[in-house]
Design a protein around this ligand. Structure first.
Ligand SMILES: [Zn+2]
Length: 421
């Protein structure tokens, strides 16, 4: 039975970097294992959302074959289900960042906390914040959390702004996506309703933010960090509120293949669950080699039990946001050495297996943000002849022109799988 491995390397595509001899991290990285796959490969170079620079939720959905403008009811739903919360129709689910604010000015939207600190704050907020609704606040990873506020008969509304100043909401009917702004003011604003029906929703959330801030500044975590002169957790940034489940088709039924996901972050776990995939509970480790080794082990197991596996590697995007292009190409080399190296022991392209490597969006290490460039895609299958290189430039100049949008990658890949069996 032929297998499919679909690898998404977060924010992998990049600009050319002068310090890397005008290479991108992907083209600069030494990739001996990937080179072996080039004997039977084709390149694609689709757009994700046209002129808009996609966030990870849009990019991952598109790569997996779901147009985010038609399926996303708000990223908050995936974030909350990804951390294990169970929102119901009408509840509001949000992505939360724990950050720092001083004199109503933004210091940071990301106060990186240890998992113990994050868990302690989760407990404080759940026990001490009192609003006229029941709610659940759950720690994610680093500075991230999920929040579900339960409705009381009258459903909440999705038509609200974010209080994170760097993100703007765009609506497509009842569907919504967020986009990062190139520049923004540092003034903290309240969540605003865009429609009359959303006034109560905005009020409840602003009340929650205020009360949670008070709990945060009186927490043990806060006072200990203050003594150590570390970045402080004193404010919650809420975004991408969703009030209903995304109606995504079941990916297993659509293509007749059983899917598993080996992904560590709540967002990607939430999307994989909503697609109907079996989600392996791998942790997102800070040590890149350990992270890739754990994921490689899970993928080998998944390939025994499932037809297709989606793997997500997050760290490439994180280092791009910090401008660390050297780390970025080194991570790509580790993906090649550890993950793809292991995969080559079990995948057999000559026998009909398919390997895909792409990203959810490009993240520029020079600009330290997502950019709206098309995404490079490598598809390896015995049906294809050889290519010489996998890079942004190679994809730009030698891609299969029929594939214009990222949502077309998955149907093409699954057709290869179906004809291979
Ligand atoms: Zn991403």
């Amino acid at each position: 039975m032929a297998k499919v491995v679909f690898l998404i390397v977060d924010g992998m595509a990049d600009d050319r970097i002068p310090q890397l001899n005008n290479h991108t991290p992907l083209s600069y990285a030494d990739k001996p294992n990937l080179s072996r796959l080039l004997l039977h490969s084709e390149l694609l170079y689709p757009s994700v959302l046209g002129k808009l620079a996609p966030e990870s939720d849009s990019g991952v959905m598109a790569d997996l074959g779901y147009d985010p403008r038609k399926y996303s009811t708000g990223r908050g739903w995936f974030e909350c289900t990804g951390v294990g919360l169970k929102p119901e129709e009408g509840d509001i689910s949000l992505r939360v960042n724990i950050g720092e604010v001083r004199d109503k000015k933004l210091i940071s939207v990301r106060t990186y906390l240890s998992q113990e600190e994050l868990k302690e704050l989760e407990k404080d907020i759940n026990e001490k914040v009192s609003i006229p609704y029941s709610f659940e606040f759950k720690a994610g990873v680093g500075y991230r959390a999920g929040l579900v506020i339960r409705h009381k008969g009258k459903k909440f509304s999705p038509y609200i702004s974010n209080n994170e100043p760097g993100y703007k909401v765009r609506f497509y009917g009842r569907h919504k996506l967020s986009f990062a702004l190139d520049s923004h003011s540092n003034r903290i604003e309240k969540i605003k309703p865009f429609k009359k029906e959303a006034v109560e929703t905005a009020n409840v959330l602003n009340d929650f933010i205020e009360k949670a801030s008070d709990v945060l500044v009186h927490s043990q975590v806060y006072s200990k960090r203050k003594k150590r002169n570390e970045p402080l957790p004193n404010f919650l940034f809420l975004r991408d509120g969703a009030v209903e489940a995304p109606k995504m088709f079941d990916i297993n039924r659509k293509y007749g293949a059983r899917w598993a996901a080996v992904v560590g972050m709540p967002l990607e776990q939430g999307i994989a669950k909503a697609a109907g995939m079996h989600v392996y509970d791998v942790s997102e480790r800070e040590d890149v080699s350990e992270d890739l080794e754990e994921k490689a082990r899970a993928v080998i197991d998944a390939l025994r039990r499932f037809d297709a596996v989606y793997i997500h590697v997050k760290q490439t995007d994180a280092v791009s946001h910090l401008g660390k292009f050297v780390e970025k190409y080194q991570i790509i080399e580790k993906i090649d050495g550890i993950l793809i190296g292991k995969l080559l022991e079990v995948l057999d392209i000559e026998e009909g297996d398919t390997f895909v490597m792409t990203c959810d969006h490009a993240t520029s290490s020079l600009l330290k943000r997502h950019i709206n460039s098309n995404i490079p895609v490598l598809v390896s299958n015995k049906k294809f002849g050889g290519i010489s290189e996998f890079s942004e430039e190679a994809c730009r100049s030698h891609h299969e022109k029929r594939v214009k949008h990222a949502t077309e990658i998955m149907p093409l890949v699954m057709k290869l799988w179906q004809t291979g069996n």
